[in-house]
Design a protein around this ligand. Structure first.
Ligand SMILES: [Zn+2]
Length: 420
């Protein structure tokens, strides 16, 4: 299996080289903006959307960029369009196609077009469409130690070079087929079970991040309502808002990474060959119905998608497959008699046969049951044993402390507003 790793190299370069890099980033933005406009025009007039090949033909040799860079950017644009299409098809009506006009855009070089000469990396720039002269390649000195592996992509960001380094890694697949299931939710981020032992990851950390965020943002909005829009103070508050959003996003992703690692450890320890998770696109589609209320806004669907993404690649590295499966009725069905009812509270209590179990474990076990029996939850075949280990991906205390508004620079705002 191939594993990709992105490293960031901070660049300290001469003024000339800086100028050259800025030019490349401006030129990439010019290409990007043209693509955005052109695609928008096709959508507006209800015309058949151009294909990637048509775009490549249209934009070839029209920019001061290497032909491969142009292709890479077109590829990026189309990947963007595709993912928006999928998100919209899955019910996310707020998903937008690329629309923003960019001032700068990161040019990308791929594979063989990145040349290496001793400590230098050479990024070719192609032929100038007007003067027909070959542009000078961007030549950057690399630090002494970069990780071993093949450089497959280089991206030029503001004062930074992002290198994607690829390595072949050997994956040892679990020998026997063993399937486990995971129920995703908000009270518990995930409950994994192999029908004997279950692991529940407590979702409170995630909720407290989101609550802290909502509170801080509300405070700022209130302060903003008192000052004139676009005034200096308003803009400062706006900057703080962005800072909070960025910070909470980092915290969320950090937590999701840790939670995914816990699940990977569980699968490794139990030698699980396949992990079945509830189909999250399905939840998205039923968003308007009450059935998905357990996924309240505190646990955004977005985070779930990111979480499943992390799980997928992390599990692939240990040879475990991830499969999505419809989770309808898994929380409602009694694993002992098959009676369906909506459980109240955190316990599952069947009114028909008297079965009592941990609700989240019931959900995960039923999902496993349903997957193994091809879409049918067979009563009596898998009974939850109540063997649940609870884990917090991140210590809650740290989060409560870190996500408090005072830490994100709110005190200065109070001062800010006191003088006017
Ligand atoms: Zn029952």
């Amino acid at each position: 299996m191939k594993s990709n790793r992105v490293i960031q190299i901070r660049l300290q370069v001469s003024t000339t080289l800086w100028q050259q890099m800025t030019d490349a980033r401006l030129e990439s933005a010019r290409l990007w903006n043209k693509m955005v406009k052109l695609h928008l025009r096709f959508r507006k007039h209800n015309r058949k959307w151009p294909t990637q090949a048509q775009f490549e033909k249209h934009f070839a040799r029209k920019f001061r960029l290497h032909s491969q860079t142009i292709q890479a950017l077109i590829g990026k644009f189309f990947a963007n369009i595709d993912s928006t299409c999928t998100n919209r098809a899955n019910g996310d009506k707020r998903a937008r196609y690329p629309y923003k006009e960019k001032t700068y855009f990161n040019p990308v070089w791929k594979g063989q077009h990145i040349k290496q000469d001793n400590n230098y990396i050479i990024l070719p720039m192609g032929i100038d469409p007007h003067s027909r002269k070959r542009n000078l390649a961007i030549c950057v000195r690399l630090p002494e130690q970069i990780p071993q592996g093949k450089i497959v992509q280089a991206e030029l960001a503001f004062g930074k070079l992002l290198l994607t380094i690829q390595n072949e890694i050997e994956v040892e697949k679990p020998k026997v087929e063993k399937i486990a299931a995971s129920d995703l939710g908000s009270i518990h981020l995930a409950v994994v079970t192999d029908s004997t032992n279950s692991l529940a990851l407590v979702g409170r950390g995630l909720r407290s991040i989101n609550q802290g965020k909502a509170k801080a943002l509300a405070q700022i909005s209130q302060l903003q309502s008192r000052c004139e829009k676009y005034s200096r103070r308003w803009k400062k508050l706006q900057a703080t808002k962005r800072k909070i959003l960025r910070k909470t996003q980092n915290q969320t992703h950090n937590l999701l990474h840790k939670a995914a690692n816990e699940i990977v450890n569980y699968c490794k320890e139990k030698e699980v060959s396949k992990l079945v998770v509830g189909d999250i696109t399905e939840i998205n589609r039923n968003k308007k119905k009450k059935s998905s209320r357990r996924l309240n806004q505190e646990m955004g669907l977005l985070s779930l998608g990111v979480f499943v993404g992390y799980l997928k690649y992390k599990l692939a590295a240990i040879g475990t497959e991830l499969e999505s499966y419809s989770e309808s009725y898994t929380t409602k069905t009694c694993p002992a008699c098959g009676h369906k009812h909506k459980p109240k509270g955190r316990q599952y209590h069947c009114p028909k046969c008297g079965f009592i179990g941990v609700r989240d474990e019931v959900g995960a076990i039923n999902l496993l049951n349903k997957f193994l029996n091809k879409g049918e939850i067979k009563p009596q075949s898998l009974i939850p044993k109540g063997n649940v280990k609870y884990l917090r991906p991140v210590r809650l205390k740290d989060f409560a402390k870190r996500s408090s508004p005072t830490d994100i620079g709110l005190p200065s705002i109070h001062v800010l507003c006191a003088d006017g």
